[in-house]
Design a protein around this ligand. Sequence first.
Ligand SMILES: *Cc1c(COP(=O)(O)O)cnc(C)c1O
Length: 365
Amino acid sequence: MLKQVHRAYNFNAGPSALPLPVLQKAQEELVDFRGSGMSVMELSHRSALYEEVHNEAISLLKELYGIPEEYHVLFLQGGASLQFSMVPMNFLPADKKAGYVMTGAWAEKALAEAKLIGEVFEAASTKEEAYRRIPQFDELKYEAGTAYLHLTSNNTIYGTQWTDFPDTGDVPLIADMSSDILCKPVDVSKFALIYAGAQKNLGPSGVTVVILRPDMLERASKNLPTMLRYATHVKNNSLYNTPPTFGIYMLGEVLKWVKTMGGTRELERLNREKANLIYDAIDNSNGFYRGHAEPGSRSLMNITFRLQSEELEKKFLADAKKEGFVGLNGHRSVGGCRASAYNAVPREACQALRDFMIRFQTENA
Ligand SMILES: *Cc1c(COP(=O)(O)O)cnc(C)c1O
């Protein structure tokens, strides 16, 4: 039996909730990891025991996400934000252009970084529509010979998510999956590269996962500082320098938890149930709550909504805080409210939020 502990209704956008059993196991193993007489943080990253942790995390991620055997899984640092730079540094040569699908603030940041490296273009954009939706495939404009097409699979700030991905043929498809990796099954073989900061669905901050199709290394620029070349990390199994060992250990434990939960298929079912508890409260509120995303583009992970006035939003957030809800304010750039219901957020937290939303409406309509 798990010990009863105080746990907040944590709807933080990132860093965000971790599964309680993972935290408790880490606590249990903190000072004596697998009989070593030391914490996993105190192990040499060259030790056999650490290597076991490292390789176990890689193979579990491959298994759970259905990553083709030949693909590389890397654990890097610098967050998704460094990937905004590393992707074009490695894969945007001087004689080509890279296409970016503009679906939100993170896509804008990725594009801005790529512009510092080479030539880019917008393959589609829903900015004029306040990023309320994901573009249709037939809105995507790019040519054969495009260096790569970059998209953001889940738009953390606006609350929209791709439900399917385009077949881009010879044009490598690259995705920032920071806020929805492992929330549902994905056909990884469609992608040349996937990256994700760990702190939303995978573990603590400090680790960035990169999933790389091996043929991409052949087209990568060779004229880069060692640490910025994907090839360096592939060649050294992400052990070129000291990796964030504790974060990788935690990521491995989160993956084991995903497995006990039934894998991505079962998590998708659960995530749908969780998100629908809140979307239904919005849809059945007669306009008291207004969802930001168009229904067809709604995110399973980040549920964004507004109330009828900023005063009412302030009251909603203040009352929610009093009831133990954390992290419900929208991103500082867009305002409003946002509930981030990542994999580790329990169904009960979403049920509690739904109940609170209905109660708040009754009392304030
Ligand atoms: C959080 C987030 C980022 C930024 O990640 P860092 O690890 O802080 O650099 C990038 N893209 C998306 C989609 C995100 O949700």
